[in-house]
Design a protein around this ligand. Structure first.
Ligand code: FAD
Length: 516
């Protein structure tokens, strides 16, 4: 039986992997994690997808325990500002799309929407967020969504098995360093051996498989399976095993970021329960409200902007609160390893691949990877089909997300700087080009989006297309012949529910202040 795992790297990827493997296999697995005391973690990565709750559930962690320890808040959507034009915003919410007579409500909205705000007409969340509210009441009860939080048949499913069955109404935002610390305690308490040391060398046997890693002070560490969580360095997968890296840079040119962690009195500031992506002249700025501080950063392409100008713009954007805060400049490697599992080495996290953080997918990639590792954990046969299936699944997730992110830029109406003009002429993946042609006459549905699991349902594509405003969409012709009264009733029901919720839900800050 293979059961000895060596994880190199102790950022979010390393500790999520160590914790998950322990939760999955308990004492039957032997995990060592080595992390450098000299090389820090990337220090960003604080917003997530709603599926992340399955990770915490799998570990048996309760919101009331881990959230205050990580200064965490709820995220109900991504809010896009200035992507269509300056002053415009829209939400891509975590909310199940309603259907009327077999057509998604957004199709009916295109045919005859009550107002010009698809997000407020089709989803209740847009108004809940605008009002800065919590999706839970002060007694902890969840917003009344068409969602069964505790459905027994949902337990034990992986994220891909959940897709389409539920849309949980929120994701989390947290301090990455605090989460790594929390998971360190969780994993070490369950028997993970934790070593702080530098890996100086990766040793290969005559077949090219990893036989051990040599550390500066703890000698050689050996295992059956080696997990590369060394971040953009990709020390095992790319450097030692020479697995090629496939760049996405031709279609996603943002390759740099500058980040600030800005302490703030959140009671005074209030919490908008979402991650905001504000378009800038050469990229966009993220704003993530946490309890006690705001995480913010400018993601940009260095072909269009220097690091100094990016930092200056970010500081102007944040204002005086950032005056004494040090900036973290990050060079991003955009793309993925051709294969993330090679021989006895699996890369998880930034070493496996990364796309810019526009839809907060980095931690989702990690979560997906470790679910698949646990599912495909090898035995002495080292069945190559397991690796092949794993690699296929990981590649699909990243390639699918790449398409989705490229869509944001192609669909954005904004064309006021060279950076934004170039988004309309730059190469895009061939498969997306074909889909875009189709979507001009037939709006996206589950049959016409990227065909493999990548975490995003068709309604997400509709939100981006409707919100970005640069591509004209047409309603399904059948709707012109259909009786609209059921759709009108649904729009009215959303208005009613929005009114009810905005009058009764507590402020997001108030909710967290009470639960700390
Ligand atoms: P790192 O955090 O870089 O950790 C690498 C680890 O490897 C460290 O512990 C280091 O000590 C160790 N290490 C390296 N070399 C050695 C060695 N020789 N010996 C021993 N140890 C070594 N994701 C999201 O989901 N949401 C977001 O909002 C988001 N925003 C992001 C914004 C930016 C600008 C960037 C760049 C990424 C963002 N991500 C986001 C991605 C997210 O940050 C990462 O997926 C996540 O932090 C995992 O990083 P990691 O653990 O793979 O790498």
């Amino acid at each position: 039986m293979l059961n000895k795992v060596v994880i190199v790297g102790g950022g979010t990827a390393g500790w999520m992997t160590a914790s998950y493997l322990k939760a999955a296999f308990g004492e039957r697995i032997n995990v060592t994690l080595v992390e450098s005391g000299n090389i820090g973690a990337v220090g960003v990565g604080e917003a997530t997808f709603s599926d992340i709750r399955h990770f915490f559930e799998f570990l048996g962690l309760k919101e009331k325990d881990w959230m205050p320890a990580c200064n965490a808040t709820y995220k109900l959507a991504v809010r896009f500002e200035n992507w269509r034009e300056r002053g415009h915003y829209f939400y891509h919410p975590f909310e199940q799309m309603r259907s009327v007579n077999g057509f998604p409500l957004t199709d009916w909205w295109l045919q005859q929407g009550p107002t010009d705000r698809f997000d407020k007409d089709c989803f209740v969340m847009a108004s809940v967020i605008d009002a800065g509210l919590s999706p839970r009441r002060l007694d902890g009860a969840l917003i009344d969504q068409p969602f069964d939080e505790g459905a027994d048949e949902m337990h034990g499913l992986t994220m891909s098995e959940h897709q389409g069955k539920t849309q949980f109404p929120y994701a989390y935002q947290f301090e990455a360093a605090l989460l790594a610390k929390y998971l360190t305690t969780y994993a070490v308490e369950r028997g993970v051996r934790h070593i702080v040391d530098d890996v100086k060398q990766v040793n290969l046997d005559e077949r090219g498989w990893i036989s051990g890693v040599t550390t500066a002070e703890h000698g050689d560490l050996t295992g059956d399976l080696y997990i590369d969580c060394t971040g953009f360095r990709a020390l095992l997968i790319n450097k030692a095993l020479n697995e090629p890296f496939i760049s996405y840079q031709d279609t996603l040119p943002n390759d740099s970021a500058v980040a600030l962690q800005v302490p703030m009195d959140m009671e005074k500031r209030g919490i908008l329960p979402c991650t905001t992506a504000t378009a800038q002249d050469a990229g966009w700025i993220w704003t993530i409200p946490l309890m006690g501080r705001v995480g913010t950063g400018y993601v940009y392409a260095k072909d269009y902007l220097s690091p100094e100008d990016a930092e200056r713009t970010l500081r102007e954007f944040v204002g005086p609160a950032a005056a004494d805060v040090n900036a973290n400049h990050i060079k991003m490697r955009i793309g993925r390893s051709r294969n993330s599992w090679v021989n006895n080495c699996v890369a998880v996290g930034l070493s496996s691949g990364f796309v810019e953080p526009l839809e907060s997918t980095g931690i989702f990639f990690i979560h997906h990877a470790i679910e698949q590792i646990a599912k495909n954990f090898p035995n002495e046969d080292w069945n190559p089909n397991q690796r092949m299936l794993y690699n296929r699944s990981v590649s699909h997730v990243m390639d699918g997300i790449r398409e989705f992110l490229v869509l944001h830029y192609v669909a954005a109406k904004r064309q006021d700087t060279q950076y934004w003009r170039d988004t309309k002429t730059r190469a895009i993946p061939d498969s997306l080009a074909e889909r875009l042609e189709m979507w001009k006459t037939q709006v996206p549905d589950s049959e016409s989006i990227f065909p493999y699991y990548h975490g995003l349902p068709a309604y997400s594509y509709m939100c981006v297309l409707l919100g970005m405003g640069g591509i004209e969409l047409k309603p399904s012709p059948a709707l012109a012949l259909s009786d609209p009264s059921a759709a009108e009733r649904e729009f009215e029901a959303i208005r009613d529910k929005t009114r009810r919720l905005t009058q009764t839900l507590p402020k997001a800050y108030e909710y967290f202040a009470q639960h700390r």
